[in-house]
Write a protein that binds this ligand. Structure first.
Ligand code: GLN
Length: 453
């Protein structure tokens, strides 16, 4: 099999199923085949870590010469003239980018229904959502269209869709992967991460994209270890903490049951399990929506119709041009966040909302640090329920926000978390187990995930 065959295989599968799944927004087979030819010549000499591997990339990750929209009308015609750092790193690792994947507009959402362009379906049941915001990234891997994809996770957007689609998704430690060229939503929370079918593939992909980047001052100067060598299967003596808040009311009984079964597996492998508390995690969702919307209101100010993308017609003057462009270019959920964030940051309200939320964020982070003084990992469910029906939550933002109740605290604390498949619900939909580690300790997260899977 040649690399071009591999690329054609991927496109053949896309041809077969993507009409239904609608994971991809942009495809360029010719470009992928050219790259395959180029790589074929390298065979046997100095092959990269992801040599010849087809990969899909979430559409908020900037790719030179490949349309990048963040699933927004306002960037509908944006053709980048530069690459994100992760796109450069994929290239350096000899991967082949197959296309760009659907998402909630600007990564705001938990179902991919907020995309301006299409509603991605969950390949396990086409009437249900794939999760979000990286719904296209999770669905493409679950449907066998690509073996690898990249997503981004600000408040659960890799782990929740991975859980809904029965695949493996990791949110790395904040600072582990460069955000240069990731279209910013909430800069203090955003992190790019890998989605794959196995933990081993996930470790390969993280190793290829991680590391310090002079173009991102928040990327960390911490050496990138060999993640694959952590996959020993041995977790004897490992200390597992289970937060009681993660198995409380609001988490469905079948989800709790699947976690209890997973804990038995870990115990059988020699780990010890204890119940702990993350007392401030109940404030996570409120804190997150204040902080992430505040940051979004600042980050999205750049979309003014002048510098990039869509520009409204018939403006009477400059201010009118800004107003019309933004009114026509942004979707409802994005507007809701911009208004919420602008309000929270306005003078007179700043102390009561933004500053207060920052303080609670610190308390949430300290909860995790305290548990990690005595434990190696924290384990719980990824989501309170399996995938829900398309349309079921879209008119009820607060219910939609509650999807991320178990994933958001991890972003606020900046620690790494993975979702691995943990059996099926009664309705035949995937459930996910979330494994959370210490800052920069993705190795232990992978070790536990691999021993479990
Ligand atoms: N669902 C959350 C939100 O809507 C998380 C999104 C994300 O992680 N990008 O903000």
């Amino acid at each position: 099999i040649t690399i071009a065959d591999l690329v054609r295989e991927s496109y053949k599968r896309i041809e077969e199923v993507d009409g239904k799944v609608q994971a991809f927004l942009t495809l360029d087979e010719e470009r992928a085949l050219e790259r395959a030819e180029e790589l074929q010549k390298k065979l046997g000499a100095d092959e990269g870590l992801l040599y010849g591997m087809p990969i899909g990339v979430k559409d908020n990750i900037v790719t030179k010469g490949l349309r990048t929209t963040a699933a927004s009308k306002i960037l509908g015609n944006f053709d980048p003239i530069y690459n994100s750092t992760v796109a450069d790193k994929l290239h350096a690792a000899d991967a082949i980018t197959i296309g760009k994947l659907n998402m909630d507009e600007f990564a705001m959402g938990s179902s991919t229904e907020n995309s301006h362009f299409a509603k991605t379906k969950n390949p396990w049941n086409l009437e249900t959502v794939p999760g979000g915001s990286s719904g296209g990234s999770a669905a493409a891997v679950a449907a066998g269209e690509v073996p690898f994809s990249l997503g981004s996770d600000t408040g659960g957007s890799i782990r929740q869709p991975a859980s809904f689609c029965g695949v493996v998704g990791l949110k790395p430690t904040y600072g582990r992967v460069s955000r240069f060229g990731l279209i910013a939503f909430a800069s203090s929370l955003d992190q790019i991460g890998p989605i794959t079918t196995s933990v081993e593939d996930n470790a390969y992909l993280l190793e290829a994209i991680a590391g310090l980047d002079p173009n991102d001052s928040t990327s960390a100067n911490v050496e990138v270890p060999n993640y694959r060598s952590a996959l020993t299967g041995d977790i004897k003596g490992l200390k597992v903490a289970v937060p009681k808040e993660y198995l409380g009311d609001g988490v469905s009984e079948e989800v709790r049951q699947s976690v209890r079964e997973a804990l038995k597996v870990l115990e059988g492998l020699g780990a010890t399990i204890d119940e702990v508390s993350l007392p401030h995690s109940k404030y996570g969702v409120a804190t997150y929506y204040l902080l992430s919307s505040s940051e979004a209101s600042a980050n999205l100010a750049r979309f003014d119709g002048i510098r990039y993308g869509y520009r409204a017609d018939n403006a009477e003057n400059l201010i009118d041009l800004y107003k019309k462009t933004r009114a026509e270019g942004f979707g409802d959920e994005v507007k809701r966040r911009i208004m919420l964030g602008t309000y929270a940051l306005s003078s007179g309200y700043y102390d009561a909302y933004y500053k207060k939320a920052q303080k609670v964020r610190t308390l949430i982070k300290q909860d995790f640090e305290k548990v990690f003084e005595d434990y190696d990992v924290i384990v719980g469910p990824t989501t309170p329920t399996p995938a829900f029906k398309i349309g079921e939550q879209i008119d009820d933002p607060l219910t939609m926000y509650a999807n991320d109740i178990l994933t958001i605290p991890v972003n606020l604390a900046g620690v790494p978390g993975i979702s691995v498949p943990a059996g099926l619900s009664e309705s035949g939909l995937p459930l996910g187990l979330q494994i959370i580690g210490k800052h920069f300790d993705e190795r232990t997260v992978y070790r536990v995930a691999h021993a479990y899977e």
